[in-house]
Design a protein around this ligand. Structure first.
Ligand code: BJW
Length: 240
């Protein structure tokens, strides 16, 4: 099974890779939907990962993201991130990396052009369209920080439920999956759209789809192979 996938990787003219939280599990970043250790095992997403939640409880949501930001700053890319970055370096233009992860670990491993569909937790931006008074050098510290003149709040630079994904990254991702001959879908539950739909687009466009995930997912129906293994274990030998 592994040899077959290795052969497909060798032969493919263009490979699209979609990653989710499982990609960073071995770096020590919790996934979202694991029933024991996932972030949503203890917190309701509707109470933390929506604009409505932020408007209702700005300090609670800000502090939750600040806590995760600090935790992510302490971890490092794992062998899976490194293997993907090394492949992209050895084969310029052959791999498009699309990630739902906001942790920046692909970028830190060397995939600086990764398409980050759900933003970046290390960044923040204005909640409301900024006025002339909303200047980066006068932001007042706080939970969340704010503009001292008009009170506009800073918010995490991530994509919450009900919000549009960054258009340029999404279009580039759709183009890549429509034109690739192989798609690797790594460490995602396949429950969140439009990201999950990219696997169906690749399949409909004639690409082979390979899933790397210890657990079954709703995307398995379009997969030619499902490798039931942790990403950091199997990617180094697959991408070598
Ligand atoms: C391992 C492993 C190891 C463990 N190795 N694997 C079509 C149908 C139905 C609903 C919709 C639809 N289109 C849009 C929607 C609505 C919604 C949606 O999808 N809802 C569903 C949940 C029902 N989508 C949206 O709202 C999106 N926006 C949008 O569509 O805009 C248009 C619109 C506008 C207005 C109204 C309606 C539509 C935005 C989605 C934003 C998602 N944001 C989050 C939070 C980011 C900020 C934060 O970090 O807090 O993104 S939610 C969360 O889920 C996060 C993740 O990126 C995302 C995906 O999760 P992921 O990565 O798959 O993680 P898990 O935990 O689910 O899975 C981990 C997997 O790893 C598991 O399978 C494990 O087995 C595996 N694993 N260890 C490999 N070592």
């Amino acid at each position: 099974m592994y040899d077959t996938v290795r052969g497909w990787i060798r032969e493919a003219r263009h490979i699209a890779v979609l990653t989710g939280a499982g990609m960073s599990a071995e770096s020590g970043v919790p996934t979202f939907r694991d029933s024991q250790s996932g972030l949503w095992a203890r917190f309701d997403p509707q109470e933390l990962a929506t604009e409505a939640a932020f408007r209702a409880h700005p300090q609670r949501v800000w502090d939750w993201y600040a806590h995760r930001r600090e935790m992510i700053a302490r971890v490092a890319p794992n062998a899976g991130h490194v293997a993907l970055a090394a492949f992209a370096r050895r084969h310029p233009g052959r791999l498009t990396l699309i990630t739902q992860n906001v942790d920046g670990l692909h970028q830190r491993a060397g995939n600086t052009d990764a398409l980050a569909l759900h933003g970046n937790i290390a960044e923040d931006r204005w909640l409301e369209a900024p006025s002339a008074c909303c200047q980066p050098d006068t932001i007042e510290a706080g939970h969340p920080p704010r503009c001292p003149v008009c009170g506009n709040l800073r918010r995490p630079g991530v994509v919450w439920f009900g919000e549009n994904l960054p258009a340029v990254a999404l279009e580039a991702a759709e183009h890549a999956v429509s034109h690739c001959d192989l798609m690797l879908v790594i460490g995602t539950s396949g429950e969140v759209y439009p990201a999950a739909g990219l696997a169906f687009t690749a399949h409909q466009s004639g690409a082979r789809v390979v899933i790397i995930n210890p657990e079954p997912t709703p995307l398995d129906v379009v997969a030619e192979q499902c490798l039931r293994a942790p990403a950091a274990v199997c990617l180094p030998s697959l991408m070598a």
